[in-house]
Design a protein around this ligand. Structure first.
Ligand code: FAD
Length: 492
């Protein structure tokens, strides 16, 4: 059992790890001391604003108040992602998160919807809340009533969320200093050497130093690049103020452009936005002009980040684990980064004291990030050919993407197409793939109709359940409070 866990880096990854590992160390009786070394001279990444449902589950696990989180960090609710102009210019589709089948196990609602030519999100509460810009609560007789059993996500300012987590993490030994070097012994790292001249010993180390990858790079770690697989390689973040009284959309917008896509993430007073683009197809100056033409106003880019998509071949080397940006990075199209970090810490908590833990952890993280990469790649199989970027992308779809799409032309995606993740932890499954595939026109109505025709009794059941859910969710969403008004009420 590690008696001393040392986390280097005080960004979202570092503080999530500190909170979660100190909790597990207490619960398992490890008696470990947890320290965070962060450098006030080096900022955090300053972007990263969309979470997945796992973040909310984590708040619930720690009995942290969601209302307090929303109030103190200016966060907003996210039910999913609106994909604009991906399939073709002028077309839009939504990808609601969490699993709508939760309330109707065994009923093939997606197959029914595709056969009937209806949007697959229609039988999901989140689609209705998203379309109506509603909060996840209604108020009756002065009491807040949750709209449904599903877990929504949040949009937040990464630095405010990180600072809030830092405040909530209890019993952590905090050191403000910069790690300059490592001392190694038989088991891996024995101590860290700090700028001040201090030396910090430990049994287990986490590298949460962001893109610097300060510790893991000294451990002989090998980086696997995804650059050949994903078509964009730069990100230009900027902010746009929300207008006074403007309703806040409870979804991320991913808006496809001629050379990539723009993210738009609302917090309570501004949009965090950015253009993720391919520098093989445009320059930073042209990219900025392209954004300004799309938005109809000037922007002030905060940065122009070179994206190195990929992951560590092994995120756990010796007694050191790379976490957060130092472990992997993908364009933020499905907000996989902070989600991935939380799931990784959950696995670490389970396997840190297991002799086979390192191999299990490395295999699981490799699979997790590779699966995220593949899912993102599917988003690029579109009808767009209106720029060299889209023509190049369409000419370079990997074989596995083509094979899978060919399979899903013959039948609907099945649970067996998505292998369960170790320890039953949340991962990509049909409910995330289906709205994207359907939105991009990759699901076959003929195949869905055939499947429905095979079992008429099931089709009738699906029709009845579908109709009931659509009506119930429309009614429930209409009763929920407007998103912005609800957020404002939390501050009063
Ligand atoms: C353009 C872009 C958009 C993104 N969008 C999303 C999104 O929508 N959703 C999502 O989930 N994620 C997103 N991410 C990823 C997300 O920002 C990160 O996963 C998250 O913020 C965690 O970052 P981090 O803690 O690993 O690194 P950082 O925030 O960079 O923190 C690094 C920390 O290490 C410290 N440090 C560095 N070197 C040393 C040293 N030598 N000694 C001591 N301390 C050191 C720094 O002081 C800092 O505290 C995005 C990232 C980018 C680049």
């Amino acid at each position: 059992m590690p008696k001393s866990i040392v986390i280097v880096g005080g960004g979202t990854a570092g503080w999530l790890a500190a909170m979660m590992l100190s909790d597990v160390a207490k619960r398992k009786g490890w008696g470990s001391k947890v320290s965070v070394i962060e450098s006030s001279k080096i900022g955090t990444i300053g972007v990263g604003e969309g979470s997945t449902a796992v973040f909310r589950q984590m708040l619930k696990h720690f009995e942290l108040s969601e209302e307090e989180f929303l109030r103190e960090t200016g966060a907003t609710i996210k039910y999913g992602i609106r994909h604009r102009d991906w399939r073709r210019v002028g077309h839009s589709y939504d990808g609601p998160i969490d699993d709508p089948a939760l309330v109707s196990p065994g009923v093939p609602l997606d197959t029914y919807a595709v056969a009937a030519g209806r949007p697959v999100g229609e039988a999901h509460l989140f689609q209705h809340l998203l379309s109506r810009n509603r909060a996840p609560v209604a108020v009756k007789d002065g009491r807040s009533i949750p709209a449904g059993p599903f877990h929504h996500a949040f949009h937040f300012d990464q630095s405010l969320a990180g600072a809030w987590l830092r405040k909530k993490a209890k019993g952590i030994n905090l050191i403000d200093d910069q790690v300059k070097g490592i001392e190694t012994g038989e088991g891996g790292i024995s101590a860290l050497l700090l700028d001040s001249g201090a030396r910090v010993e430990g049994d287990f180390f986490l590298d949460c130093t962001g893109f610097r990858r300060e510790i893991i790079s000294k451990m002989g770690a090998e980086w696997i690049s995804y650059n050949g697989m994903l078509p964009v390689n730069r990100a230009m973040p900027f902010w746009v103020d929300l207008k006074v009284g403007e309703e806040i959309a409870p979804c991320t917008t991913a808006w496809a452009q001629k050379n990539g896509w723009i993210w738009q993430i609302p917090t309570q007073d501004r949009y965090g936005m950015g253009y993720v683009y391919s520098d093989a197809h445009t320059t930073p100056e042209e990219a900025k002009r392209e954004v300004e033409a799309a938005l109809g106003h000037e922007i002030s880019p905060r940065n122009d980040i070179k994206i190195q998509s990929g992951r560590q071949k092994e995120a756990w080397v010796g007694n050191c684990v790379a976490l957060g940006l130092s472990s992997s990075f993908l364009e933020p199209l499905e907000a996989t980064s902070i989600h991935g970090t939380i799931v990784q810490v959950m696995m670490l908590a389970e396997w840190l004291d297991d002799p086979a833990g390192r191999a299990r952890y490395n295999a699981a993280v490799a699979r997790q990030v590779d699966d995220f990469r593949d899912f993102i790649r599917f988003h690029y199989v579109t009808e767009r050919r209106d720029s060299a970027f889209w023509r190049d992308v369409s000419a370079s779809h990997p074989e596995f993407v083509k094979d899978r799409l060919a399979l899903w032309q013959t039948r609907m995606p099945e649970a067996g197409d998505f292998e369960p993740f170790p320890l039953g932890l949340p991962h990509l499954q049909g409910q995330l793939y289906v709205p994207v595939l359907n939105g991009l026109g990759h699901l076959s109505q003929a195949a869905a109709r055939q499947a429905m025709a095979k079992v008429p009794a099931l089709r009738e059941k699906a029709r009845a359940v579908h109709g009931g859910l659509v009506a119930e969710y429309a009614r429930a969403a209409a009763q929920c409070l407007p998103h912005r008004a609800w957020l404002q009420s939390l501050a009063e």
